[in-house]
Design a protein around this ligand. Structure first.
Ligand code: ZN
Length: 393
């Protein structure tokens, strides 16, 4: 709590902390002393003279170390290295395949962070916090993935001890990628200051991160928000999970592309045939988006249909949870405004009027940065909570 205040205001006095928290002066003294002993905060000067004694100002100890935010996608690794004030020292993004397994992926992550650290004049021992977002269900208390569908070799893999081999002083937090993105939106994105929101990632997979009363809501084991396998049509196509008609199997990126291929095979008149030929017999959801922007009726119909299905599922969440904002992110959100307006229409049609009275439905404006921003923030909160022996998240 104190650290969150100091983080937010970047320099607070004892008196300000007493006023803001409502805690007793002796409790504030005790916490400040404990943080000073652990070198988490430092005295950074005196407040401006207002007549009486000038108060001592405390700030986070910027020299304490570095924090890395890692976002592992199905086909990418995004990384940022920051100091404790949240200032970015380095940022990278590269193609990598999570299906190559944990050893290759985590070794590469350690290698990139190692390079960032040394090029800024530090050593691996200076990394004191690390947040890692991964595209699968995470048992948050263990920091391990549990039966991830697209991540062979990762099931129950001990990510935290493995990372500790390279970064022995880092407090490591592993969480689902969508939870990290939701926190990123809350900290620096369109969701800043919104107490209750749902971040829906629509990409190769589909998932939702839930911010409840200003904090990420993980549920009992960490898999709250896993909306991918909600059944929307029991006569629908078979999903990677083995069931039929899941949301992901009907409206995820590959499903959108497959509907384009199906339309071509049925002999429908569409410019998608040209994209198909150009790509040597394949389509992506991005092709469908581009064809729709050209005014192609088949592509427009596919996007409207996917938006409607996603909107229907989100409408259920809106009625159940009554959020103030829905943020749509992930690769498929690049389909554009037609996609967003179809989702919006469907949500408004299916939700209670009271639940949608002030509901904002927006695209993410952080893009690929949401995951790394959330990872850094989550690592800092958990790290400080552990150091200060006070639960923050
Ligand atoms: Zn499924």
């Amino acid at each position: 709590m104190f650290i969150q205040l100091i983080r937010r205001f970047d320099g607070s006095s004892k008196e300000e902390l007493v006023d803001y928290t409502g805690y007793s002066r002796s409790k504030v003294n005790r916490v400040i002393q404990s943080l000073l002993d652990k070198r988490i905060i430092v005295e950074t000067g005196k407040s401006k003279n207002t007549g009486g004694r000038r108060a001592v100002i405390f700030s986070l100890n910027g020299q304490l170390g570095l924090v890395a935010g890692v976002y592992v996608g199905a086909t990418s690794i995004d990384l940022v290295l920051t100091d404790l004030s949240g200032r970015w020292l380095a940022r990278s993004s590269e193609v990598a395949f999570v299906k190559d397994g944990p050893y290759k992926t985590l070794d590469r992550i350690s290698e990139i962070i190692g390079q960032m650290v040394s090029s800024n004049g530090y050593t691996n021992e200076d990394v004191i916090g690390m947040g890692i977002g991964v595209p699968g269900p995470v048992d948050f208390s263990l920091g391990s993935l549990i039966s991830p569908t697209i991540m062979p070799g990762w099931d129950k893999f001990p990510v935290v001890p493995y990372i500790h081999q390279a970064f022995p002083k880092a407090y490591v937090v592993v969480d689902n990628d969508v939870n990290m993105m939701a926190v990123g939106e809350l900290i620096k994105g369109v969701g800043k200051g919104v107490k209750n929101l749902i971040f829906a990632k629509i990409g190769t997979g589909i998932g939702a991160g839930i911010i409840c009363e200003g904090k990420i809501y993980r549920g009992t084991y960490g898999c709250a928000g896993d909306i991918a396998h909600i059944c929307v049509d029991k006569n629908g196509p078979i999903c990677v999970c083995g069931n039929t008609g899941c949301l992901e199997a009907l409206a995820g990126g590959p499903a959108i592309a497959n509907q384009g291929v199906k339309a071509i095979q049925e002999g429908r008149q569409t410019v998608l045939s040209e994209y198909y030929k150009r790509n040597n017999g394949s389509l992506t959801s991005i092709d469908i988006g581009n064809a729709a922007r050209e005014g192609d009726a088949v592509a427009i119909e596919i996007i409207r249909n996917s938006g409607r299905i996603i909107g229907e599922v989100i409408a259920g969440l809106v009625n159940f949870f009554n959020p103030g904002m829905i943020i749509i992110g992930g690769g498929v959100s690049k389909l554009g405004n037609l996609f967003l307006s179809s989702i919006r229409q469907s949500i408004l049609k299916r939700s209670l009027p009271l639940a949608t009275r002030d509901l904002s439905i927006l695209f993410s404006d952080l893009g690929d940065d949401a995951g790394v921003i959330g990872a850094v923030s989550m690592a800092m909160d958990m790290m400080f909570a552990a150091y200060a022996d006070a639960p923050l998240v």
